[in-house]
Design a protein around this ligand. Structure first.
Ligand code: DON
Length: 304
């Protein structure tokens, strides 16, 4: 498949598209990004790389990091984790509080903010030096020592993250947060602040396209069964109340972030990262979703 040519065709087609999205500004520091940035990077399981535009520029990966925190927590906590967080689509926004009360502090899935906070709590309990150990985990699985948190972004979110503070306190009241809420929140804000380029993302996530083993480093990140399950959760929950739409139009497991990034996986074939900061009303990259829709439509390949 000539992905390079395909990307140029997609970019040409998208030029005439009226991008209705808006850059996220509820985390003030995210509002400073150039809205016109646009990058794509695809890495195949046999390590062929195809890119376009700003694919080497780092950006805030935000909720995309929740897949990696789930991978590490699932590896360390095994099946126990599922007593504290579900695997069902929420049908609500990523930062919604409504389900938590009638579901007694058990979040629907690990990708909505409440679920990601529970995963952070597990990692805070399990890791000796949570922030250091987590970033080392990402560096190791991607074979890239050049990945880090961004203090400016994490501090910016810490100053304005009142909904996340509400969620973590609410779950603490139900006994589903074991550690000090400020420590859990600090870990969560740092996790969301990680900066990576499309190329780094596509390469780091390749283990999910190859049964849990990273093809470049040969390291088993998670078992085959865990890799399969993480993809299943991405398929059903990666886009919050737009997960059905993403599945319908793109047909790949994927995960978005409010920094405008999206990672998508074609198991057995490739991982692809796209970045375009303007978000649609559901908080997912407007243009990024279009790119992936074009890609799977043109190639007539999805997991279905
Ligand atoms: O907690 C938040 O609101 C952000 N740090 C992450 C949200 C996010 O990326 C949702 N994804 N589309």
């Amino acid at each position: 498949m000539n992905y390079k040519k395909l990307f140029s065709e997609i970019a040409a087609e998208l030029e005439s598209l009226d991008d209705k999205g808006k850059v996220a500004s509820y985390i003030p520091e995210l509002g400073n990004v150039d809205p016109n940035k646009f990058g794509i990077h695809l890495t195949t399981v046999d390590n062929k790389n195809y890119s376009l535009g700003d694919s080497n520029e780092k950006f805030s990966i935000q909720s995309i990091a929740k897949v990696l925190s789930l991978a590490l927590a699932f590896k360390l906590d095994d099946e126990k984790l599922w007593d504290r967080v579900g695997v069902e689509p929420s049908g609500t926004a990523f930062n919604s509080l409504v389900q938590l009360e009638y579901e007694k502090g058990i979040p629907r899935n690990p990708f909505i903010n409440s679920g990601a906070l529970v995963i952070c709590d597990i990692l805070v309990s399990r890791l000796e030096n949570p922030k250091q150990d987590f970033i080392e985990f990402i560096r190791n699985i991607s074979g890239n020592p050049n990945i880090d948190y961004c203090l400016k972004i994490s501090e910016s979110e810490k100053r304005t993250g009142f909904r996340n503070a509400a969620l973590v306190n609410f779950m603490k009241a139900y006994g589903n947060i074991k550690n000090n809420v400020d420590i859990v929140l600090d870990f969560y804000f740092n996790l969301c602040s990680i900066e990576m380029s499309c190329k780094e993302l596509a390469q780091a996530f390749l283990f999910l396209a190859s049964n849990g083993v990273h093809p470049a480093t040969h390291a088993e990140v998670v078992s085959v069964s865990k890799s399969k399950r993480i993809n299943a959760i991405m398929q059903l929950c990666g886009f919050y109340d737009e997960a059905g739409e993403f599945s319908f139009k793109v047909g790949l497991p994927g995960k978005s972030g409010v920094g405008g990034g999206i990672i998508a996986i074609h198991p057995g074939k490739y991982s692809i990262a796209v970045w375009s900061p303007k978000l649609n009303k559901k908080g997912n990259s407007y243009k990024g979703m279009k790119v992936l829709e074009f890609l799977t439509s043109r190639t007539q390949s999805s997991i279905f």
